[in-house]
Design a protein around this ligand. Structure first.
Ligand SMILES: [Zn+2]
Length: 358
């Protein structure tokens, strides 16, 4: 950590005074997003089709980068958040590996400053894959198990590269062409790249508060939920919560049993995040549009619905193969349809295990 980043330890609970101050300073989401052209004092915010990502100003010095594309193949990756401070900027999450270079280019352009620090919400390749563009000269911080899993899964990550570059090359527009050129340059350099190029350089061993200029960035790990290395990030002064994949807004959540996902743990994290929010908190999910704390409530309702459906199915003797094919009416228009059965199966296994080991 350099002098621009001053970590200090904090307890797990945020003080009431902090929450009240955050509420007092917060502004409604819609006017700020609508005012994206009125940039932060140091920022030259690109607009329109010249950027591959959609960069929305969420609060003073806080931007969210989301995809402009339908992206059902998840070639772009999860949302990421940019904090601009006095002498540099900070990125939370780095999207897919093929897009690390273009993300860095556009983040620096948006901030009008160099990136000094990067944080990962968890190890999945659509959130930490782009780390390689930052590890050489930035601090890249994450949960210790995020680093372990990225190192372990390096070969799987590399195996996806060709298909992702190909999908990227089929996207239309000048910004996509630039991103494709960045992706091809990354692919050409892969042969000489070591697995450690993707590995975080700094481990967040316990809940911590970092200070970057006027921003406070609080990290919290509740336990295994979406994965066993989830960290959510709260900016009390801006009243912005960055959830990583603990929230999918109107997408089916990706249930990764191989990374120790559990719906019970996921609900614990969701309830903790909800307790951090007040009515004005802007919530940036891992996938889907930014919103109000209601998107956390919706994710809680999703898992409660799956858990009750799984319990009923098990009590009725419905086999797993049949249960994973059921579709819940209120989730019918959710994106990432391929993840629906995975979540049903994961929760079915979990409830069956809970019943066997009460
Ligand atoms: Zn994920």
């Amino acid at each position: 950590m350099n002098t621009q980043c001053t970590p200090r330890q904090t307890g797990g609970l945020f003080s009431r005074r902090s929450l009240l101050r955050a509420a007092a300073l917060s502004l409604p989401l819609a006017p700020l997003v609508a005012a994206a052209g009125r940039s932060h004092a140091r920022a030259a915010v690109p607009t329109g089709d010249e950027t591959f990502y959609k960069w929305d100003r969420i609060a003073d010095g806080v931007f969210a980068a989301t995809t402009r594309y339908a992206d059902e193949n998840n070639v772009v990756g999860g949302n990421c958040v940019l904090l601009v401070h006095g002498d540099g900027c900070v990125l939370i999450d780095t999207m897919q590996a093929v897009l690390g270079g273009s993300l860095r280019r556009e983040a620096s352009l948006t901030a009008g400053a160099a990136i000094t620090h990067v944080f990962n919400s968890h190890h999945h390749f659509d959130h930490a894959g782009g780390n390689h563009a930052f590890t050489a000269d930035c601090t890249v911080a994450a949960h210790p198990r995020c680093a372990q899993r990225l190192a372990r899964d390096f070969r799987n990550l590399i195996a996806q590269i060709d298909a992702r570059v190909e999908t990227l090359s089929q996207m239309e527009g000048e910004a996509a062409a630039k991103a494709t050129a960045d992706a091809r340059a990354f692919k050409e350099g892969l042969a000489s790249m070591k697995p450690t190029a993707f590995t975080p350089t700094s481990l967040i061993e316990k809940d911590t508060t970092f200070t970057f200029g006027t921003h406070e960035l609080r990290t919290e790990h509740v336990g295994a939920g979406h994965t066993d290395n989830d960290i959510f990030y709260f900016l009390p002064r801006s009243n912005v919560l960055v959830t990583g994949d603990l929230v999918f807004n109107r997408w089916h959540p990706f249930f990764d049993a191989s990374a120790n996902a559990t719906s019970a743990g996921w609900l614990n994290s969701l309830r903790r995040m909800r307790a951090v929010c007040n009515n004005d908190t802007v919530v940036i999910p891992g996938h889907g549009a930014p919103g109000t704390p209601a998107i956390i409530d919706d994710q809680i309702a999703y898992f409660e619905r799956l858990r009750s459906a799984a319990a009923e199915a098990i009590a009725a003797g419905t086999p797993r193969e049949a249960f994973v094919k059921t579709r819940i009416a209120e989730h019918a228009d959710f994106r990432l349809a391929m993840a629906a059965g995975l979540a049903l199966g994961g929760v079915y296994d979990e409830i069956r295990k809970e019943k066997a080991e009460p």
